[in-house]
Design a protein around this ligand. Structure first.
Ligand SMILES: *[C@@H]1O[C@H](CO)[C@@H](O)[C@H](O)[C@H]1NC(C)=O
Ligand SMILES: *[C@@H]1O[C@H](CO)[C@@H](O)[C@H](O)[C@H]1NC(C)=O
Length: 343
C-alpha cells in the first residue's frame, strides 16, 4: 500500500469511529452512577479474574464503600439526627431474581457484602437495623464504629445551627432546646430554607452484564444527611434502588430516595426495556413519571438492556444540568466517564 492509500484508509477508519453510536453494545458491560471510576474498574477486574456478575457488582460497590465515594457511600458520611452513620445496600441476581438487602445497618462497613449474605444465607430479602448488624456479626463481619472525624464535625456543625430539622415537617422541638425531641406542631419559624444538596443523595448503583448475558445489579449508600433515625431509603428496595432480569435488562437509581422509592423507577425502566424500549428512553420515562408529581425532585437513573446497550437520564434542577456515569466495556476499554444532559 502506498502512502496515499494508507492515509486514505486511516481517514476512513477515523470517520467510521465517529459514526459509532453512543451506547454501542458489547458484552460484558459494567455501568454505574456518578464519577465512581474505581468502582467500575474493580467490577471489570472481578469479571476478568473469572468472577460472576454477582461478584463484579459486590466488588465494585465494596470499592466505593471502602473509598467512601463522595462521602455518601460507606462509613463516616451523612450522620443521622443522632450523629450516627448507617448504611443501606442491595444486590440482585437477574437469572434467579433473588435479592439480598440491608437497611439502616449499623457498625458494619461492607454493606453490599452483608446484603449478599442475606441472599445466600437466609430465606429473606431485607434485614434492617440492629438485628441486621447482629446477623452480619454472626456471619463473620467485623463490627466497628462508622464515625469519623469528618462525620463528627458535620454533625457538630448541624447542632450549632440549631439542627434545622431538614427531614421533618410540621414539628416543633422541645421549647428549651432546638434539637428535639420533636412533637407535632407548627414548623419552626427560624428554620433555614432547605438547600438542595445533590451530594447528600449520591448512591453507587451498578449494573453488570456478563458475556453469557447474565445480569446483576446492586446499590450502596449511607443515605441522607441528618435523616430521622430508622430511615431507610430507596437503595435497598428492589425495583426502586435497582432492578434486573437477565431477559430484559437492568437499572439503578440515585437521588432523593424518599421520593423515588414511591415510583419504583428501576422496575419501570426494566419493564419498558422488556417490551423493546431503548435504554435511554426507558430511563427518561422513569424520571418523567416521578417528575410529573415532584417537579423539583433530584434524581437520576442508569439503564442497560440485555444486549448491552445503555443510557441514562436525570431530572434538571437548579444548579445541576448534567449527570455523570461510568461505562466499562471492550469498546471503552477503560472505566470511561460519560454524562447525559438532564431534562
Ligand atoms: C481525629 O481527631 C483526633 C482528635 O482530634 C486526632 O487525634 C486523630 O488523629 C484524628 N484522626 C484522623 C484520622 O484524622
Ligand atoms: C437494546 O437497545 C438497542 C438500542 O436501542 C436496540 O437496538 C436493541 O434491539 C435492544 N435490545 C433488545 C434485546 O431489546
Amino acid at each position: 500500500m502506498n502512502l496515499k492509500a494508507a492515509y486514505f484508509a486511516m481517514r476512513l477508519c477515523l470517520i467510521l469511529l465517529f459514526l459509532l453510536p453512543f451506547g454501542r453494545a458489547t458484552l460484558p458491560l459494567v455501568i454505574n452512577t456518578w464519577e465512581f471510576q474505581h468502582a467500575a474498574d474493580a467490577a471489570w477486574r472481578a469479571l476478568q479474574a473469572g468472577g460472576s456478575v454477582m461478584d463484579a457488582v459486590e466488588k465494585g460497590c465494596s470499592r466505593c464503600e471502602a473509598e467512601q465515594c463522595d462521602g455518601s457511600v460507606g462509613f463516616g458520611g451523612h450522620p443521622d439526627e443522632r450523629g450516627e452513620t448507617t448504611l443501606d445496600a442491595m444486590i440482585m441476581n437477574g437469572n434467579t431474581m433473588e435479592v439480598g438487602a440491608v437497611g439502616d445497618l449499623r457498625r458494619i462497613k461492607n454493606a453490599i457484602s452483608v446484603a449478599r449474605a442475606v441472599m445466600e444465607h437466609t430465606e429473606h430479602t431485607l434485614l434492617v437495623g440492629e438485628s441486621a448488624s447482629q446477623f452480619a456479626e454472626n456471619m463473620g463481619f467485623t463490627a466497628e464504629d462508622l464515625t469519623t472525624n469528618n462525620s463528627i464535625s458535620v454533625f457538630t456543625q448541624w447542632l450549632k445551627d440549631n439542627c434545622q430539622p431538614n427531614n421533618r415537617k410540621n414539628v416543633s422541638p422541645d421549647p428549651s432546646k432546638y434539637c428535639g425531641p420533636y412533637k407535632p406542631g407548627p414548623t419552626l419559624k427560624h428554620r433555614r430554607r432547605r438547600e438542595i444538596d445533590i451530594h447528600a443523595h449520591d448512591t453507587i448503583g451498578m449494573v453488570v452484564i456478563g458475556r453469557d448475558g447474565q445480569i446483576a445489579a446492586g446499590t450502596s449508600t449511607n443515605g441522607a444527611n441528618y435523616k430521622v433515625p430508622g430511615r431507610v431509603g430507596d437503595s435497598p428496595i428492589a425495583g426502586a434502588g435497582s432492578y434486573v432480569e437477565s431477559a430484559a435488562g437492568g437499572a439503578a437509581a440515585t437521588g432523593n430516595g424518599d421520593v423515588m422509592m414511591r415510583f419504583l423507577p428501576s422496575y419501570l425502566a426494566v419493564e419498558l426495556m422488556r417490551i423493546g424500549t431503548e435504554p435511554s428512553t426507558a430511563c427518561e420515562t422513569a424520571i418523567s413519571r416521578i417528575k410529573r408529581h415532584n417537579p423539583g425532585f433530584f434524581g437520576a437513573i442508569i439503564c442497560a438492556n440485555s444486549t448491552g446497550h445503555y443510557g441514562a437520564a436525570c431530572n434538571k434542577i437548579p444548579g445541576f444540568t448534567r449527570f455523570p456515569f461510568v461505562v466499562y466495556n471492550s469498546q471503552t476499554n477503560t472505566p470511561l466517564l460519560q454524562s447525559v444532559d438532564c431534562f
